[in-house]
Write a protein that binds this ligand. Structure first.
Ligand SMILES: Cc1cc2nc3c(=O)[nH]c(=O)nc-3n(C[C@H](O)[C@H](O)[C@H](O)COP(=O)(O)OP(=O)(O)OC[C@H]3O[C@@H](n4cnc5c(N)ncnc54)[C@H](O)[C@@H]3O)c2cc1C
Length: 465
């Protein structure tokens, strides 16, 4: 049996682990256009900022592949798929046959058709290659424009700021982190930027990258007509599933590769996992790309297990983010942007204490938690995520969800009219916290890391299948 895996990141690592649990003899071949072992993509902005050393970027060393008998074809990419012949086409036209194929080729940054965008000094920021290219410019860059105020844009802006570069963020929508923050919490993020001395422009877009006679960047022009001088531009307006190499193969693609709950595509023996797929969103009840590390890991595990004869099912996922920048920490998940009083089908509860820096918001629909935002004191993120996962009926304690008391206190107080219990140690807190949830759901608490530092430590022991 030959397992071919295109891509060499987290979904691939998980698939290798799952295959080897069931099949210790089959041949595993990994196709890796990047000349390095799997690394922690979420950490590249931390590395640029000087907060994470090169050795911590690596997610798996050569020994991981060697110990599992995996052959990695470095500097080779999947360029085509011939399912009727059961083979893939690689860089240079080489063909490789498979018995089972996993497509784990991730997503590619979207570069909008801005005048002058092609050329030196303009970079996306999603890989080590991008990071090294930006690093090489830093001695010449005094001013940089970051296009897009999403997670990657904000983390890159923070890293550049920490390296002494003057940063201006330009965002098309009227909010910082527009996909995850509501108006109130976005205003908090703006304050954090102002405090840090970082400029931002909202509700405007870059229409041209202006270059001097030598082709070097000298600034950007905005739709409003404003000109911002800069020597470099980071384009961070989102990523798209990397489906280009699959075109014409007959594989079903919408925005991403469509998979069933076994992570199998419409093509026989062809599976897909990670940022390239459109898988089930538990909250929306529909398939869509959700590009997150823990979901890619879980999908890779399930795909790998099924490729090796297992019968594992992907129950779905939902967007969950935890990020900190410029002393501003946010955890959010699901339908977090629903504004209070705007949509009848949702109840929105907010607790805000500006002086203590606390903002908690939950969105409840049909008595189930559908989304949340927590600023700064984000330790409740795991419990909220657990409530979303479990689809637990929160009607008895929904009013207390955002209140300034511990979750077990809140649940027990409003559910039974009892005095809140005192939890003197973290151990008690955890024990009582767990006891609120059915045993079968507990693994989901640990399966969804809530802090960036935990994301890359996300391993099979907390997500065993
Ligand atoms: C800067 C940044 C910060 C992030 N922060 C977070 C975070 O805080 N939390 C979180 O959950 N997620 C975060 N993410 C998203 C997370 O990194 C991704 O969801 C995850 O890496 C997806 O894993 P994957 O296995 O699908 O593939 P990717 O990590 O996308 O890797 C794709 C792999 O496919 C390879 N490849 C590409 N084209 C081909 C081809 N034609 N043939 C063969 N191989 C190919 C690539 O070289 C690579 O090895 C962040 C991403 C970035 C870029």
């Amino acid at each position: 049996m030959r397992y071919v895996i295109a891509g060499n990141s987290v979904a691939t690592v998980a698939a290798i682990e799952a295959i080897r649990k069931r099949d210790d003899k089959g041949e595993i071949v990994v196709i890796s256009p990047e000349p390095r072992t799997a690394y922690c993509r979420p950490l590249i902005t931390y590395h640029l900022a000087g907060q994470v050393s090169s050795d911590r970027l690596s997610y798996k060393q050569e020994s991981f592949y060697e110990a599992r008998g995996v052959r990695v074809l470095y500097n080779k990419a999947l360029e085509g798929l011939e399912p009727e012949k059961g083979r893939v086409v690689l860089t240079g036209g080489e063909k490789l046959e498979y018995d089972r194929l996993l497509l784990a080729i991730g997503a590619t940054p979207f570069i909008p058709p801005i005048e002058g965008v092609k050329g030196p000094g303009v970079h996306p920021f999603t890989s080590i290659d991008h990071m090294e290219a930006v690093e090489a410019h830093l001695k010449d860059w005094k001013e940089v424009v970051v296009v897009g105020a999403g997670m990657i844009g904000m983390k890159t802006a923070e890293a550049l700021h920490m390296r002494g570069v003057k940063v201006t963020i330009v965002e098309l929508l009227e909010k910082i982190l527009p996909i995850v923050l509501d108006d109130a919490s976005s205003a908090w993020a703006q304050e954090a930027l102002e405090k840090a001395g970082v400029d931002y422009v909202l509700g405007d877009s870059v229409v041209a990258v202006e270059r001097d006679g030598r082709g070097d960047v000298k600034g950007v022009t905005l739709k409003s007509g404003a000109f911002i001088p800069c020597q470099g531009v980071i384009v961070a307006v989102g990523v798209r599933p990397n489906v280009a190499p699959l075109e014409g193969s007959g594989i079903d693609i919408n925005k991403g590769v469509l998979v069933d709950d076994r992570m199998e595509t419409n093509l026989e023996n062809v599976f897909a996992a990670g940022d390239v797929v459109e898988a089930y969103d538990l909250i929306l009840g529909a398939k869509r790309p959700i590009q997150l590390w823990p979901l890619a890991y879980r999908q890779g595990l399930i795909a790998g297990a099924n490729m090796a004869g297992g019968k594992k099912r992907y129950v779905g996922g939902f967007p969950i983010n935890s990020v900190g920048f410029f002393d501003f920490k946010v955890a959010s998940a699901g339908l977090s942007t629903v504004e209070p009083g705007v949509e009848e089908s949702f109840e929105v509860k907010v607790f805000e204490d500006k002086e203590r820096g606390i903002y908690r918001k939950v969105v409840v629909g049909n008595n189930r938690l559908m989304g949340f935002i927590i600023l700064n004191d984000i330790c409740r993120a795991g419990v909220y995520s657990g409530l979303i996962w479990s689809r637990m009926d929160v009607s008895l304690f929904k009013d207390a969800l955002v209140e300034d008391m511990s979750m077990p206190e809140a649940c027990r107080l409003s559910a039974h009219g009892l005095e809140p219990w005192s939890f003197e140690s973290m151990r008690d807190f955890r024990r009582m916290g767990w006891s609120l949830f059915p045993r079968s759901y507990r693994k989901h608490f640990t399966a969804m890391p809530s802090r960036i530092e935990e994301v890359c430590a996300f391993e099979s022991e907390v997500c065993t299948i």
